[in-house]
Design a protein around this ligand. Structure first.
Ligand code: IVH
Length: 671
């Protein structure tokens, strides 16, 4: 008979099992249980932890979801500085490196060849097998403590398995955003009118610096580890240490190999230059490291980088072709993007005919002329870009490319915002691509969910003059629609039914659907909660808007300018008349009070009755503001168990009151 476990024992067992399943799933790609079973175990652990706060452990798998406390990153001095690598683009310099090492050592040596991951570097400290700290490279001497964010990365073990790991060590590696996640993220940002990340590297480092680790958790970052430091490492070879790290649960690339000769090194480089194109993440070269730690020590360091390693960077793939024309595209938010139209050319396996020129500054810097032979590159980005002009091949200079001054779609003079590189068309009321883009956003699933109205239908409706703005969608009749090309009676009925059903969409999604610049789904939710209805939001001042948690001046200014437009106000009035929801539902409203008005509240510790997110929502619904760090203007701390010692000390010093969970709930139930 299985002995009955205490809840505490069960918690420990579940944690151990979940750590193992996480590792099997994320690192080894070989899960042994279904996602459902995993979720059930995780749920059981969450429930047990909720009633046993004394079992709090920052390495618990339940904490991978992150928490949304705002934190300012603490700066941490690296125990061992984080150096960079000398790099080269030429094989002859690799040969010179090899010769230097040979001469310096004057004995046999091995070179460990690895991929150079194109992400952002991180240094992890483990004590007694537990992740205690994760710090960014920063300036190499000191970096930001991003431990809370790194804890959400599932390929980084919170607790090590196996044995033989040193009591304390550091392991360094690269945090990456896989291509698939990067593309999805940019699509979402485009829909929300937010600026796009140029490449997965920027997206990964931007994500690691987010203040809200629950958003980090959703971004599905990945990490490869490639360098171990400490006093008592398991082996004398770098490669062997990485293998040991893999056995403790770290993700280590299996495209790493030891070479004995320069020819073997070159063969590795050539092989990887092909294989890397099939990898799900970006790489920008190869790193070569002398394998023996003793030999590394003998070779030593220059002021900036080790003498025992070098990075060979892959030449970004480049092709030379003719620039025929520059055209301009207008996006949903009015941003105008110049596009180079080229003679078709082969690049990394695809034919490229168009490339992005990004903005006016880049055109000016390149001094582009029509007919120029230009270099097209596919670097860390998906969209190819023009990186240079072959000036020598200019025998007849064409017309100089000048950024247009008027919108190519509606003729409105373009505007350039100070400090931003982009030019945009301010005519958001009648510029066709802006209207069509706004409609696509309006009907999208996260917004009004009018799924029967795809981009082609919108194009059709627009071209036939049936819709000129989003409010016109509510004046469509099946009789008008069914005679449009490619739309039969059935599709017409479906569209009208979906439009009708969209009247039930709650206020926060309607607000998101309006497509106000910088107002994505989360911001819309915050604004809806804070103001309750559209009239209050429309008359909100800069001060009132920025008083809302996480609403900064940029968003506030965009909201004010949106509602300052007569046309937008009219649009809202028509949508209201059409029966859309412009205020919070009754039950959400009822939950709102002003009991905590004007109070800044810090949440800290572990709670029994509700989750942190729920408490945060309660604070906001009752007129309070949830802030991340304790200061003299903090009204009180909603304190659970195991409150962080630093916060506790600061609270005592500043005389900030601690309010327990029960007392807080009692405060809210007071009439
Ligand atoms: S080793 C002292 N190995 O490249 C040597 N670095 O310029 C420490 N990187 O900041 C670095 N892949 O972010 C090493 N396999 C790899 C790497 C790698 C990418 C990055 C790392 C570092 C930069 C060096």
């Amino acid at each position: 008979m299985t002995p009955i476990m205490t809840p505490q024992e069960r918690i420990l067992e579940l944690r151990r099992q979940l750590h193992e399943h996480n590792h099997r799933y994320y690192v080894l790609n070989a899960p042994v249980i279904s996602d459902y079973e995993f979720d059930m175990q995780l749920k059981e652990l969450q429930q047990l932890e909720a009633v046993h706060p004394e079992m709090y452990d920052p390495t618990s798998p339940t904490l991978r979801v992150g928490s949304d406390i705002t934190k300012e990153f603490k700066q941490v001095v690296h125990k061992y500085p984080m150096l960079s690598l000398g790099n080269t683009y030429s094989k002859s310099e690799v040969a010179e490196f090899y010769e230097r090492v040979k001469k310096g050592l004057n004995e046999d040596f091995e070179i460990c060849c690895e991929l150079k991951f194109d992400g952002t570097s991180i240094s992890l400290t483990y004590i007694d097998g537990k992740l205690v700290r994760a710090v960014t490279r920063g300036d190499g001497e000191k970096g930001d403590d991003v431990t809370a964010n790194v804890r959400t990365i599932r390929t980084i073990p919170l607790m090590l398995s196996g044995n033989g790991y040193p009591a304390e060590f550091e392991i360094r590696g690269e945090v990456l955003m896989p291509w698939g996640v990067f593309e999805q993220l940019n699509e979402e940002r485009e829909r929300g009118g937010e600026p796009l990340f140029a490449n997965p590297r920027n997206a990964a480092s931007g994500t690691l610096k987010l203040q809200d680790s629950s958003i980090v958790a959703k971004r599905r970052l990945d990490a490869y580890l490639y360098f171990m430091l400490g006093e008592q490492l398991p082996a004398e070879g770098h490669f062997e240490n990485l293998q040991a790290a893999a056995s403790w649960g770290f993700k280590v690339s299996d495209l790493t190999c030891k070479c004995r000769t320069l020819d073997e090194v070159f063969a590795f480089i050539d092989r990887m230059d092909v294989e890397r194109k099939n990898l799900p993440f970006a790489t920008d070269g190869i790193v070569l490291k002398v394998n023996s730690l003793r030999q590394q020590k003998n070779l030593g360091y220059t002021a900036k980088s080790p003498r025992w390693a070098i990075a060979y960077k892959f030449q970004a793939e480049r092709a030379l072709t003719r620039l025929n024309e520059v055209t301009y595209q207008v996006g949903r938010t009015g941003v105008v993007t110049p596009v180079a139209n080229l003679d078709p050319v082969q690049l990394s396996g695809t034919v490229v005919k168009r490339a992005s020129l990004h903005n006016a500054d880049i055109i000016e810097k390149l001094d582009l002329h029509i007919g120029d032979m230009v270099y097209v590159e596919k670097g860390g980005e998906i969209i190819p870009k023009i990186t240079g002009v072959d000036v020598d091949s200019r025998f007849m200079i064409g017309e100089k490319v000048r950024f247009i001054e008027k919108c190519p779609e509606c003729g409105t003079p373009l505007v350039r915002v100070d400090g931003e590189a982009g030019n945009y068309c301010p005519n958001d009321v009648s510029c066709p691509p802006q209207i069509k883009g706004k409609m696509e956003h309006f009907v999208s699933r996260e917004a009004m969910n009018i799924d029967s109205m795809g981009p082609e239908t919108i194009e059709l409706l627009f071209n036939y003059g049936l819709v000129k703005n989003i409010a016109d969608i509510y004046n469509l009749y099946a009789e008008d629609l069914m005679f449009l090309p490619r739309l039969g009676a059935r599709s017409a009925e479906n569209i009208v039914a979906a439009v009708r059903a969209s009247r039930a969409v709650p206020f926060e999604r309607v607000l998101f659907a309006l497509g106000i610049r910088f107002v994505g789904a989360t911001v819309a939710k915050r604004l809806a909660r804070a103001f309750g209805n559209i009239d209050a939001l429309m008359s909100a001042t800069m001060e009132q808007l920025t008083a809302v948690d996480e609403i900064g001046e940029r968003i506030a200014a965009s909201v004010i300018s949106y509602f300052a437009s007569e046309a937008n106000r009219e649009l809202v009035a028509r949508l209201k008349e059409a029966g859309l929801k412009f205020e919070l539902e009754e039950e959400t409203l009822q939950a709102r009070t002003e009991l905590l008005k004007g109070q800044s509240i810090v949440i800290s510790g572990v709670f029994t009755h509700h989750s942190r997110d729920e408490y945060k929502e309660m604070i906001e619904n009752n007129g309070g503001k949830n802030v991340g760090s304790v200061s003299k203007s903090t009204s009180f701390i909603l304190a659970g168990d195991n409150m962080g010692p630093a916060k506790l000390e600061k609270a005592n010093k500043l005389g900030v009151r601690l309010v327990g969970e029960d007392e807080f709930l009692a405060m809210l139930s007071a009439e």
